[in-house]
Design a protein. Structure first.
Length: 142
C-alpha cells in the first residue's frame, strides 16, 4: 500500500541545522514534503494559507520564539491539533516541561552529527509517518 504524501513545516532559524534535518528527512521518505521557514511569523502565515500534517519546531529563535509560536498554533482552531515536535538544542528540564505544557506532542534534542540527523529522521518517519494517524486536512480547515 502506497503512503499518501505528508507535509512537514520545519521552523528553524539556523540554516545549517535546517539543511541537515530537511535533507535527512527527504532522503528517508521521498513522499514527505518538507517546507522550511526561518521565522515564527512566516510559519504563522504559511499555516494560515497551507495545510501541514506536522510541525518540527525549534524553541530558541530570535523575535517570536518557538514557545510563543507553539501557543499560537494551539490557540488557533485550524492548527490546534497538528502534531508539533520540538527539535531544539536545549536539554534544560524547564524547557522540556514548558514545551509539553504549551502543547508539544514530543520534545527531542538536536543531534550533534549528520548520522544523528539521519537516525532522528528515520525515527521520525517510522513513528509519525508510518505508525500514527494525523488529523485529516479537511477536518483542520472546517
Amino acid at each position: 500500500m502506497a503512503k499518501s504524501p505528508k507535509r512537514l513545516l520545519v521552523v528553524e532559524d539556523d540554516v545549517h541545522d535546517a539543511r541537515f534535518v530537511t535533507r535527512a528527512l527527504s532522503r528517508t521518505d521521498d513522499t514527505l514534503d518538507v517546507v522550511h521557514v526561518i521565522h515564527a511569523d512566516e510559519a504563522v502565515l504559511r499555516m494560515q494559507r497551507e495545510h501541514f500534517d506536522y510541525v518540527l519546531l525549534d524553541i530558541k529563535m530570535p523575535g517570536i520564539d518557538g514557545m510563543e509560536l507553539l501557543r499560537r498554533i494551539r490557540s488557533n482552531e485550524g492548527t490546534a491539533v497538528v502534531p508539533v515536535i520540538v527539535l531544539t538544542s536545549s536539554t534544560n528540564p524547564s524547557d522540556v516541561v514548558r514545551s509539553y505544557k504549551a502543547g508539544a506532542n514530543a520534545y527531542a534534542a538536536k543531534p550533534s552529527s549528520l548520522s544523528g540527523y539521519r537516525q532522528f529522521a528515520e525515527a521520525f518517519v517510522r513513528f509519525w509517518i508510518d505508525n500514527t494517524l494525523p488529523p485529516g486536512g479537511a477536518m483542520l480547515h472546517q
